[in-house]
Design a binder for this molecule. Sequence first.
Ligand code: SAM
Length: 228
Amino acid sequence: MAKRKLKRFAEVDTFDNVLKPTLDEAMQDKFSLKGKWNSDYFKNDNPIVLELACGKGEYTIGLAKNYPNKNFIGMDIKGARIWAGAKYAIENKMLNVAFVKTRIDFIVNLFAQDEVSEIWITFPDPQPPKNRAKKRLTGELYLGRYRQILKKGAAVNLKTDSDFFYEFTNEVVQNNKLEVKINSANVYEELIPSLGNDALATDLKILTYYESRWLSEGKKIKFISFVP
Ligand SMILES: C[S@@+](CC[C@H](N)C(=O)[O-])C[C@H]1O[C@@H](n2cnc3c(N)ncnc32)[C@H](O)[C@@H]1O
């Protein structure tokens, strides 16, 4: 591992705004903040929004700036990536931001029913071969998990560059007759211009590390917001 990455990997474990559930806590439903994120961590009653596969946490940070009256939690397994968002939040005294370093697979042991008001999934690994369907973050296995923590009618928002992943998600949504709130195969040239002054247009302009890479390769960015 490169020196800088190693340093970040170690330093992130010292940050107060990065929660690191042990495997035992995450797998055996023993995480102390489950059901108590607002009372014991954020110390307010504001809605909780999750960013899954957050990487450096650009959406967690960007949305937290746009919505100071909501709480934002970024989740990723890679500590050296979370480091960037967590460091920024500490330096800028952003009290409505936290990160969790863990596998998303354990999500139902980290949040209680109705504890979460919205989920953003930003540029997840598409997991293309057929036999990886269970690992896709908009696959039925994960949607079942999201239902266990989301409030009724709450949305999952997916932003992706991948045609494969976007089509897969649309199929899952259609097969399960899920409510679609917004759906666009071209965020920058179609959706954002059509939204005018809507707050979502500002949210959709938040740029992630991977998104910048895909945009420089000329890829079209897709977005779907649906109720799982
Ligand atoms: C392609 S990157 C996208 C990162 C960021 N959202 C962005 O757009 O720059 C996918 C991220 O998903 C994380 N990831 C993949 N599977 C995961 C899992 N099961 N649990 C937690 N994180 C996961 C990886 O560590 C990686 O940071």
